[in-house]
Design a protein around this ligand. Structure first.
Ligand code: ADP
Ligand code: MG
Length: 314
């Protein structure tokens, strides 16, 4: 059995002269959480909607690898619907139905038997922590609960793969964290996930691989470690000392691996590729300068650094 669940081959979608998807080749692996990032308008939503079959590509093919057969999703829309779950930025449940009625309704759309529906509804209510709210009208749920209900509705038919488009948009930080934890839980239960989001810090910890969509193509796609190798591995050491005569410290610092030092008045920032060496040196020389260490911080290279570097290239 292939370890790929879905394969996109030369997929193109143009809106007039706007080459939103300009020949995308990509394999989505069984069991992974694939993150899609890219500047606003780079085509993340178009990409998701095209894989799902909501948008017909101008050319190319999208293949679902099902056990021993390959299914062209464009030619088998009804078959593929059962494999897919999709939660967009906009809720698809009904405000005038209760939590349980909504799930029941979506179960009927997928023609689930009564037993199957009951079983799935109970499992999902527990998963998204809405069991206590099962008889509450959807319109009376809080924003975070509504988002969880929407995700539950997209999972009612136990899809193999779940597509999420900006699942935390309009949610505050705490509620967003709940959603990310839920996404992880869903994946742990065996569902492959493709998620588009601009919350880079969360994507960095959540996703097994990340693709950077820009100018119609995935400029880079890989694990976070692989993406970070694209840019120089520069780290920053920020120190604060008392009384804070940073120019004096600079005079003493002669570690060869230092790329740049900046006296920021309230702190000293050292740029280096080998922070360990600089730190060792620093701790030895500080007492000689008469300075007392108050605070020290090493900033690691982040996905946002890679994102900025990749997307600012023309
Ligand atoms: P993202 O989700 O990354 O913000 P979108 O996929 O929504 O990007 O949009 C990608 C590009 O396609 C944008 O330039 C947008 O204006 C354009 N676009 C999206 N939908 C349509 C449409 N139905 N008709 C014309 N242009 C569209
Ligand atoms: Mg979008």
């Amino acid at each position: 059995m292939s370890s790929n669940m879905l394969s996109l081959r030369r997929v193109k979608k143009y809106y007039g002269a706007n080459k939103v998807l300009d020949g995308i080749n990509l394999d989505i692996k069984n069991g992974e959480i694939l993150g899609i990032i890219g500047p606003s308008g780079s085509g993340k939503t178009t990409f998701l909607r095209t894989i799902i079959g909501y948008i017909k590509p101008d050319s190319g093919e999208i293949i679902f690898h099902d056990k021993s057969k390959e299914v062209d999703i464009l030619k088998n829309p009804d078959w593929i619907k059962k494999k897919y779950g999709f939660a967009s930025q906009h809720a698809s449940f009904y405000l005038k139905l209760t939590v349980v009625e909504n799930l029941d309704y979506f179960g009927s759309l997928y023609k689930l038997s009564k037993e199957e529906k009951t079983k799935n509804i109970n499992t999902l209510l527990e998963l998204v922590e809405l069991d206590h709210a099962r008889n509450i009208l959807a319109k009376n749920l809080s924003g975070g609960m509504q988002r969880r209900l929407d995700i539950a509705c997209s999972l009612i038919h136990s899809p193999d793969i779940l597509f999420l488009d900006e699942p935390t948009s309009d949610l505050d930080h705490v509620l967003a964290k709940n959603i990310w934890a839920l996404v992880k839980k869903i994946n742990k239960k065996g569902t492959t996930i493709v998620v588009a989001s601009h919350e880079l810090a969360e994507m960095e910890t959540l996703c097994s691989r990340i693709g950077i969509l820009h100018h119609g193509k995935f400029q880079h796609l890989g694990t976070i470690g692989e993406l970070k190798k694209l840019i120089p591995n520069e780290q920053e050491i920020h120190i604060q000392t008392y009384p804070g005569d940073y120019d004096k410290i600079i005079q003493y610092l002669n570690e060869g691996s230092i790329l740049k030092i900046e006296n920021k008045i309230s702190s000293l920032v050292i740029y280096t590729k080998s922070p360990q060496n600089v730190l060792k040196n620093l701790l030895i020389l500080l007492p000689k300068t008469g300075e007392t260490l108050l605070d020290i911080k090493i900033t690691k290279l982040q996905l946002s650094d890679v994102f900025t570097t990749v997307t600012k290239k023309k």
